[in-house]
Design a protein around this ligand. Structure first.
Ligand code: AMP
Ligand code: MG
Length: 522
């Protein structure tokens, strides 16, 4: 394996697409270009907090603990043949066209080729770019740690996602008004190195289309298809339609995974939608604890709850409609685009319920299942059942003794004893209906248990866990961060020594900032 200083980067994005001619770095509108060249900011005292051994190995980097690795992935040095750049993209934010956004604090280093695969490497928090608008281009430790842990947790859960190679502290202070209440404070700055085949978003296409820059729109589409969807063939209207359909499929697949594991993204703006169907931009995200389709962790979205858990499938569709509009000038076929959106809708519903039933160990679908699942959801909400614990323990359910499982369900509840007692009849009724459904299914309990365990994780990154790791790191210890990273690499396995993480959210975490609600400030 080569050392990072010997690896020669590739730059297909920069070489094959139009770049901004202005090389000075100041906030501006960038026209007729897909990116702007930028330099990363030099940090005063960078130190490596954590890195992914697995990913470093996959990237064939021999020396992830070296000073050169730290220098390159904190932005203090350049890899060979790296020409850093920030992408130009726009986006619909909270339902409204926001114009140019772009990589305001993400800087792409180029592509690293390992084992014939190309990986784009990007630093988040390494300084301002022409797209920074009035912001500083930096990121704070708490949000960077949350991004590192969560994107890695998602990867090990089998959810399509960008990954994180490293998390470095810069040694510099960053000013943030965390609660947006007029009390800014200094916090530790950090840089995460993210890794994905590409970081192109819906918004990259939207901005070119909105500006009627159809020549660059076509180039970007052709580039994306050539590198990431080569099986679709040569550029043509038909190929663009196939491309859009594939994006829709991958997006649906990603959201079904989110619903399966209880992940709420929190800011599903079109600039945060990957064209490869990857979960991207981990900001005010959260994990469902007490089951609630209405829940959103994002304080900015508290009023309308546009990005609530139960709305993520619909929002993805809304975002795909924006992408369809952006691609329209290349396709000029409304009916064909609408047909794809219709297929997204029906496929999503189908895959979603199929997944919901598989979580229960049921594989033969019935017409009444949708209503039955919805009834389970309203019961889970009423009984305030912890999503992870409830599903995980359901693998122990015995269809011959449904009543015995009552106590297991009760253990997953956040309700107080009298309120829970009042729901006993309803819970029992559902358990009995479950027993009947499983008997129809006629599967062996042990087999069912194994399959259910592969869909219902035992360990997820509960909101308070990330916050505890942040508090510990801020106090100078990374033991908990390392422990959680270890835990989350095997989310479906029983890990006896880690049993404490398979528990209800502690009472103190219910209202603590960072554990229940998060702002976009990061
Ligand atoms: P987000 O809500 O994090 O997806 O960000 C929306 C837009 O704001 C993107 O264009 C980001 O690059 C930009 N942005 C967010 N935070 C910063 C920051 N601290 N400095 C510069 N740009 C930022
Ligand atoms: Mg973003």
């Amino acid at each position: 394996m080569p050392k990072i200083e010997d690896i020669v980067f590739r730059n297909s994005f920069v070489e094959e697409l139009a770049g901004d001619e202005e090389l000075k770095n100041y906030p501006r509108q960038v026209y007729n270009a897909c990116y702007s060249r930028v330099d990363t900011r030099i940090s005063s005292h960078p130190s490596l907090l954590i890195y992914s051994k697995d990913l470093a190995k996959e990237l064939a980097i021999a020396n992830p603990e070296s000073k050169t690795f730290l220098d390159i992935f904190s932005g203090n040095a350049k890899a060979k043949n790296s020409f850093p750049y920030a992408m130009c993209y726009g986006g619909h934010q909270f339902g409204h066209w926001a114009g140019q956004l772009g990589d305001g604090r993400a800087i792409n280093l180029g592509e690293l080729i390992s084992n014939n695969k190309a990986y784009s490497l990007q630093l988040k928090g390494a300084g301002s770019t022409p797209y920074s608008r009035s912001a500083d281009g930096l990121a704070v430790l708490r949000s960077s740690l949350r991004e590192f842990l969560c994107s890695e947790a998602m990867h090990y859960l089998g959810v399509p996602t960008t990954r994180a190679l490293s998390l470095a502290i810069t040694g510099d202070q960053v000013l943030r008004d965390m609660l947006y209440d007029g009390n800014p404070a200094h916090e530790a700055g950090a840089v995460v190195c993210r890794v994905a085949p590409s970081f192109i978003r819906f918004g990259n296409f939207e901005i070119l289309s909105a500006r009627k820059d159809y020549s660059n729109l076509k180039s970007l589409c052709d580039y994306t298809i050539k590198h990431f969807f080569p099986e679709l063939g040569e550029a043509s209207k038909k190929t663009y339609l196939a491309f859009f359909e594939e994006v829709a499929k991958r997006t649906a697949d990603m959201i079904v995974h989110w619903q399966r594991v209880g992940f709420v993204h929190g800011v599903m703006n079109t600039d945060n939608m990957s064209i490869l169907g990857l979960s991207i931009d981990y900001g005010p995200y959260g994990w469902l604890e007490d089951f609630d389709l209405e829940w959103t962790p994002n304080t900015t979205d508290r009023e309308h709850k546009r990005y609530r858990f139960g709305n993520q499938g619909e929002i993805a569709l809304w975002n795909l409609i924006q992408l369809a509009n952006a691609l329209y000038p290349l396709i000029e076929d409304v009916a064909a685009l609408e047909a794809i959106l219709d297929r997204y809708r029906s496929n999503y519903v189908q895959d979603y319920y199929k997944m919901q039933l598989a979580k229960l160990g049921i594989y033969n679908l019935k017409a009444s299942d949708q209503a039955w699942i919805e009834a389970l959801f309203s019961l889970m909400k009423k009984a305030e059942l912890d999503m992870t614990i409830f599903y995980r323990n359901l693998a122990n359910f015995d269809e011959n003794t449904p009543k015995e499982h009552l106590v297991e369900v009760q253990k997953a509840s956040y309700l107080n004893a009298p309120d829970l007692k009042a729901l006993e009849g309803e819970i029992l009724e559902w358990l009995e209906s479950y027993a009947t459904r499983l008997k129809e299914e006629n599967t062996k309990k042990e087999e069912r248990r194994k399959k259910m365990h592969l869909l219902n994780p035992k360990y997820v990154l509960r909101n308070y866990m990330a916050q505890m790791a942040i508090d510990e790191v801020e106090k100078g210890s990374k033991d908990l961060l390392l422990e959680l990273y270890q835990l989350l690499q095997h989310p479906y396995d029983e890990q006896e020594e880690m049993e404490k993480w398979f528990a209800l959210r502690p009472e103190w975490a219910k209202t603590k900032i960072g554990c229940s609600q998060l702002s976009c400030s990061s």
